[in-house]
Structure formats: C-alpha cells, structure tokens
Ligand binder design. Structure first.
Ligand code: F6R
Length: 614
C-alpha cells in the first residue's frame, strides 16, 4: 500500500526521493507525488498512474532542493488522480503532508475545519492533517508542537510525515497506531525517512524504527524522538544486514520468478544454525523466548494471519497438533477480534506475516495482548511492528520479498513452524529422541527437494500454455495439502485474474462437483501421503464428468499418470513436509500463466504488498 520517502541533507532531494519511491513500487499504488523545499518555498508535483508519469512531470518541470518528501498512494478516500495524490498542502502553502492510514473521523474534522474557513482541494482524508497543523501554527506554535496537537485529533492508525517552509531545517515523522512503519535512516550529514527499509538501504544501513505513538524531529545532523505527549525516547539504532542487491531482479523477468527460485536458498537459511543435525538433538529458536516452563504451561495456540500467511498457518496447525500434540486453532486475522476468542495466560497467539505490518494481523495481536495471551510472531520484515510487539518471534530468513504474490514467505513459515512443533514436542515430552531425530533428518532434505521441483520448470511451462486461456479452475487437496489447494488457487487468481477456487477434495460431492465439465480444469494435489487413495478416487470422479485433470503427484506414480491429463511431478517428500514441495509447481504454474497472458505479475491490479488498512 502507500509508500513514504523523505530526505534532508545537502544533496538534490528529488532523485533520491524518486528512486526511493521506485523501490517501494512493489507495495502497490495508483498515483504518486513529491514535495521539495525550493528556496524555502514548497513545490509539489503529483500525477496519477505509474511513477514514470511523475518522473516525466518532474523532468518537464524540474525542482531542486535539499529537503523533500514523496509518496505513492493506494486510494482509499477519493479516486486515484493527481489532485488526490499526496503530498497535500494546507491553505497557506506552508505545510505539506504525506500519510499512510485512514483518518477515521475525517468527515467530522473536515466539517469543523471548513466552518473555520478551510478550503479543501482534494477528496482525501489526509488533507485535514495539513489544515489541522496550520491551525496550531497560526497560533504561533512550533512545528513539532503543532503537529503533536494535530495528531491528537486523528482517529485511526497513521504514519505521517510533515514538511513546513516555516521551519525548513527539519522534517517531522510520526507513527500513530499500526498503519505501517516509519523508519529513519541515519547518514552522514543527511537523513532519510521511509515507510519501508528497501527505500533507503542503498544510502544507509543504520536505522531507527519509530514505535507506535512516537514522533521524530529529523534534521540534517540528528534525530530526536519523543512520545506523542512529549516525553523523550531513548531510541535504538539497528544495523541492517539486508543486501540491497537482493531487492534487484537480476537475470529474471519478474521479482516473483526470482523469488520462486530463491526458495532453495531461503529454506537453507531458514534451517541453518537452528538445527542440530549431528546429534539430532534439537532445534534452536532463541528469539522465541520459549522456556521449558512456558512450553509445559501452554494449553492452546491460536495462529492468526491473512491470505497466504493464513494458508501457511492452516498447515502449521496440522504440524503442531501432530508433532507436539497441542491444540491449535487458525483464525483469519480480520475476524479474530470480532469473535471474542477465549484466551488466557496459558494461550499462545502466533501471528504469521511477511510484512509484519498487516493492519488486521496487528489488530489481532493487540486483541491477544489485551486478553493476556503470550504473543509470538513469525515475520519476514526485520524490525516490523509484528516482530516488535511480540514476546518472542521466529524471523523468516527470506530477505526482501518484492513480488506482490507471496512465494518464499509462504514456504519459510511452513519450515519455521515444523521446527517450532519439534521444539514444543520435545519440551512437552510429546516426542521421544528417535522421533525427533527422524523429523530433523527429514528437514535436512528440504532445500534439495525444493531444488528438484524447480528443475521441472519446463514441464510446468507446458501445462501453463495449455491453461493460459482458461476462465476458471478448481484446486483440490486433502489433509495437510488441503491448504495447498487454497494457496495454489490464490496464487493463480491474484496474478492471472483467472477465477480459481481451492476446495477440500472431500467437499466436492457436497456441491462443487456440479461445476465440473470439460471447461473446468481440476488441479488435484495428490502426492503419496496418507490421503493419496482418497485423492485418486477424486480424480476418477472428475474424469468421469469430463473434467481436465492436472495432478501434482509423486515422481514415478504410474496410477496417476494413467488417468490425469497432465502431471506436475514432485519428488517423494515426507508427508509432514510435502506442502513445501507441492506448492512449488503451483507457484510456477500461476507465474507462467500470468506471464503468458502478458500481465503485470509483480504488481497485479488492485493489490498491495503490505495491507496497512483494515
Ligand atoms: C498473497 C499475499 C497476501 C498476503 C497477505 C498477508 O500472495 O501475498 O495474501 O499473504 O496480505 O500479508 P503479510 O504476510 O504481509 O501479513
């Protein structure tokens, strides 16, 4: 969703901000804008559509200054257009604001400000913030104080950055609630502000993450952080090790393609250093802060997440219940806080999130915190809110994921939770040494098995060509691969815009089987796992109704190759880990179908990488 970049220093701010915004394109946006202080006057350029439109505008009417802010907008209030794009000015032209989040009470504020004489130039909720700050500046207040006063009027969660020609030597940045992050990058005689790390990593690795309800005054030489009510904050400087090159496409056509292929490495990194292969003795997840006492005390785990991360959670439930013999419930995060879940201090709530900034997931975590649960997270983005809110976390070892469709951040949590299940099972006495050693030995094979799936890309491309013009698809899975059906269908629909449904195979006969005919390809996930025979009979039933069947099956399975129209082969994989391999051909299939259809694979329409509004 919306992206923010700010710069204050001695270099030309415009190219720095534009290149930062470019690195945030993956978040999804529909318009963009930039404001720069030119000779102590604010100049603004804004444009609808892609960043290249804004770049053309800036090339036609250049502006040079050493302080500025920029924004990519994902419309919530008001259509995507130049006038609704951020930054937004107040009436005097002295205050300009960019903002992520939704001002929930903006209609009341707009009425109130209009009655005081404010004239609005956009349909956005953001514009009220600029007018509010001006209201307090007019009373002679300093910018930071005026911003503070203004922010106290806003309902909802926000990341806000403010620039004013009245105090041109500073930028104000604030984080209120959980509307995505604000990170300040510390340079030498220059400072950077962004909603996400990739925007600033080419300039600095020393960063400070603002916590909720903190406000920063950023000058060329320094950073001062206070709480919203003015108390000084001792902030921590993090040194980020992410390689900015990891966020480049390299030899690949799309980030998604690159990220699918990175899974051998990401899964190797996921396992590395956390598993004692030599003695099969155990799993190390130190950041989780899981003591033997806590492991024994836990009575129930809730896994909460959205979208792809929720599918990973559904598999996580099966892993923890089977390996650690502990009850797990999975909740879609956007529903969790509305159903009054029964939680106490012996309950763990585990949030899974690639971005660590998904508003619904953070709200579910807050609900869990209020109810007294132990909070864990499994997060990819370093320093994100979901990582910092938790009592303990497992960090996904994926590096930046840029493609909007999540791939490597789906397989990483499967392995993370497998390791967590072993750790819990061991600490709770549910696993004996030989069981643990066998589970750990299986884990060691994962990167190689995934590599073997990737080597079969040519075969997947052939199937992609056969399906490229289809209108609908149904994905069927059972047992531990039932969520794989959901995930395969989600991947296809989000990037190819083909209507795809994931279904538990056993539910077919309760309705969806009516859909099957020769126009409806059926993608059946049927590796040799405990549900294999059942899946086979499902495939027979689809074939009997004229359906075209594409099976995901274990190499060498002749029964499947005799009945399916196409087979996507995966190597024989221990069943608890089979979702890690069965999803790989489905990711590649979705990717190649979308690429064949000539679609914007990395930034599909209407989608955002990080969903920071409810
Ligand atoms: C689908 C996809 C989304 C995300 C969901 C949660 O490919 O990427 O469904 O999984 O928006 O995002 P995170 O994991 O950042 O909380």
């Amino acid at each position: 969703m919306c992206g923010i970049v700010g710069y204050i220093g001695s270099r030309d701010a415009t190219p720095i901000i534009l290149s930062g915004l470019k690195r945030l394109e993956y978040r999804g946006y529909d318009s963009a804008g930039i404001a720069v202080l030119v000779n102590d006057r604010i100049e603004i350029r804004r444009e609808a559509g892609k960043l290249s439109n804004l770049e053309n505008l800036v090339n036609d009417a250049p502006m040079h200054g050493v302080t500025g802010i920029g924004h990519t907008r994902w419309a919530t209030h008001g259509e995507p257009s130049a006038r609704n794009a951020h930054p937004h000015l107040g009436m005097t032209g002295e205050v300009v604001v960019v903002h992520n989040g939704i001002v929930e009470n903006f209609l009341e504020l707009r009425q109130e400000l209009s009655s005081e004489g404010a004239i609005f130039n956009s349909d956005t909720d953001t514009e009220v913030i600029a007018h509010l700050i001006e209201r307090y500046l007019a009373a002679g207040t300093r910018l930071v104080q005026a911003s503070r006063h203004a922010f106290t009027h806003l309902k909802g969660a926000h990341a806000i950055v403010v620039l004013s020609s009245r105090e041109p030597d500073q930028i104000i940045a604030a984080r209120i609630g959980n509307a995505g992050g604000v990170v300040v990058g510390l340079g030498r005689d220059e400072m950077f502000i962004a909603s996400d790390l990739p925007a600033i990593l080419e300039h600095t690795r020393h960063v400070v993450f603002l916590e909720s309800s903190q406000i920063a005054v950023v000058t060329r030489q320094g950073l001062e952080v206070t709480t919203l009510d003015g108390k000084a904050v001792d902030y921590e400087i993090h040194n980020v090790s992410w390689d900015p090159v990891a966020a480049e496409k390299g030899e690949y056509r799309h980030f998604m393609e690159k990220e699918i292929h990175e899974q051998v490495r990401s899964l190797t990194d996921t396992i590395d250093g956390r598993v004692d292969f030599e003695n099969g003795n155990g799993i190390r997840l130190p950041e989780l802060n899981l003591t033997p006492e806590l492991a024994k005390r836990i009575r129930k785990i809730f896994i909460t997440a959205c979208g792809t991360a929720a599918h990973a959670g559904m598999i996580g439930k099966i892993l923890i219940e089977h390996i650690a013999r502990l009850t797990v419930e999975v909740d879609i995060a956007s529903e969790f806080r509305y159903r009054d879940p029964i939680i106490d201090r012996d309950t763990v709530v585990l949030a899974i999130s690639q971005s660590g900034e998904t508003a619904d997931t953070l709200a579910a975590m807050e609900e869990a915190r209020q109810k007294g649960a132990v909070l864990w997270s499994n997060v990819n983005a370093i320093g994100s809110q979901a990582m910092r809110l938790a009592d303990g976390y497992i960090s996904m070892q994926c590096g930046p994921e840029i493609g909007v469709a999540s791939t490597k951040a789906y397989t990483a949590p499967l392995v993370d939770i497998y390791m967590l299940a072993i750790l819990l099972g061991s600490l709770r006495g549910a696993l004996d040494k030989s069981q643990r050693q066998r589970l750990i030995a299986d884990l060691r094979r994962v990167p190689d098995l995934v590599g073997r799936c990737l080597n079969r890309e040519a075969q997947v491309k052939k199937v992609a060509r056969a399906l490229a013009n289809t209108q609908h698809c149904i994905y069927l899975g059972r047992g531990i691969n039932m969520p794989t059906a959901y995930e395969g269908a989600l991947k296809l629909k989000e990037i190819s815009y083909i209507h795809a449904e994931g279904y538990p195979a056993g539910e077919m006969k309760h309705g969806p089987i009516a859909l099957i005919d020769k126009e409806m390809p059926v993608i059946a996930i049927a590796p040799q796992d405990p549900w294999y025979e059942k899946m086979l009979s499902q495939i027979e039933q689809a074939k009997a109704r004229g359906g075209i069947v594409i099976a995901v099956a274990t190499e060498g399975d002749e029964r499947i190759s005799a009945i399916a129209d196409h087979v996507l082969w995966v190597p024989e994989t221990p069943w608890l880990l089979s979702p890690v391999t069965t999803v790989i051909p489905l990711q590649m299939l979705a990717y190649h179908i979308a690429a064949l259809r000539g679609l914007d694979v990395d930034q599909p329409r209407n989608l955002a990488k990080s969903v920071t509004v409810e």
